[in-house]
Write a protein that binds this ligand. Structure first.
Ligand code: GZL
Length: 338
């Protein structure tokens, strides 16, 4: 009897094992038809945010966190307080944790090759969010998801030339730059200069960095006004171009403290179009606000899922953006979700 049962048991076990190995990939698969579906084991995304320097940055972080929740993706989130060494440390910790994908907003363009080569060697794909990097290697990141900064600067410059069309005399411009070495600072500055280059009346008489921060925008504008805006001595600022809302609103505070009417005595153009800037636009304190969208969280999660599923993704994805001006009725300005 034993001679029959034992071989039958062994044969049954062998058939079961073969079946299990045959269907194993289906049990291990992470893909799911719907976002937030059950991927089997959760996808883990490491996100190295650059800081919390502005209203825009806070909205960007909120967008990523909400989207990770919605897509059922486990998020390891680090805030680098605007220090590159902290972002590099965070990326290294993600590599050590063997996350599925790394995403980060590079605080500056250079100095990323070594840590991204480490990620490549561990075969962990990287997505650049918001800001770009300079590298001679063509395979250090899978995609860039963000804005066309030169186009944003160009929109600001073209609006200004239209604003002063039909007037005569020089137009003195001061610029509050973002963080030096950051891709939005470079792009917006270049785009703005290109747009105004055809008319010699326009000159940028002063450019200083406010590091995308409201406090630094306020402090920096104090010095600029003291040196360049003394109308009874013939020194006048006609336009402020601020690379983001927070610096523009800091400058507005300084102007008001000195009896200068922002948006009337000095035309003010800013970039981001976050809630506070749209409110200031409606109050007539800003004249033009170019949109830069921070709400890329869901798009990012779609890219993460695609990468983990082995699907190809685009090299670069740009946000659709517009511009709001003093001519827009306040009630037409968009609500910001956060
Ligand atoms: C632009 C982003 C900039 C915002 C600022 O994509 O990197 O950084 O314009 C933010 O508000 O600080």
């Amino acid at each position: 009897m034993k001679k029959i049962i034992l071989p039958a048991l062994v044969a049954t076990a062998a058939i079961l094992l073969c079946t299990l190995f045959l269907y194993m990939p289906f049990f291990m698969s992470r893909t799911s038809d719907e976002p937030g579906g059950d991927y089997g084991s959760k996808i883990v995304l490491g996100f190295a945010q650059l800081g919390a320097e502005s209203e825009w940055r806070s909205a960007s972080s909120e967008s990523v966190k909400r989207a990770a929740e919605k897509y059922g993706i486990e998020l390891m989130f680090e805030n680098a307080q605007q220090k590159q060494e902290n972002q590099i440390k965070a990326i290294r910790s993600f590599i050590a944790h063997r996350v599925d994908v790394i995403a980060f907003a590079p605080v500056v363009e250079t100095g990323w090759d070594n840590v991204l080569i480490e990620a490549r060697e561990e075969r962990i794909p990287v997505i650049l969010v918001d800001r770009r990097i300079q590298t001679e290697f063509g395979d250090l990141y899978a995609s860039f998801l963000g804005s066309d900064f030169a186009d944003e600067g160009g929109k600001a410059g073209r609006w200004m030339t239209q604003k002063f069309a039909g007037t005569s005399g020089d137009v003195n411009i001061v610029e509050l730059r973002g963080t030096d070495g950051a891709s939005p600072t470079k792009g917006r500055g270049e785009g703005f200069r290109e747009a105004i280059s055809s008319d010699a009346r326009f000159s940028i008489i002063c450019s200083e960095s406010g590091d995308f921060m409201r406090s630094k925008g306020r402090e920096t504008m104090e010095g600029i006004l003291g040196e360049h805006h003394v109308p009874n001595e013939g020194r006048r600022i006609d336009v402020l171009f601020a690379h983001n809302d927070d610096m523009a609103l800091g400058a507005v505070e300084t102007m008001e403290s000195r009896g200068i009417a922002p948006g009337r005595d000095i035309v003010i153009i800013s970039v981001d179009a976050q809630r506070s800037a749209l409110e200031a636009l409606a109050e007539g304190k800003l004249n033009c606000v170019v949109e830069c969208s921070p709400y890329v969280g869901e798009r990012l999660m779609e890219l993460v899922v695609a990468l983990v599923s082995g699907d190809a993704i685009p090299q670069a994805i740009f946000s659709d953006e517009t511009m709001f001006t003093e001519d827009d009725p306040p009630e037409s300005l968009p609500e910001r979700p956060y």
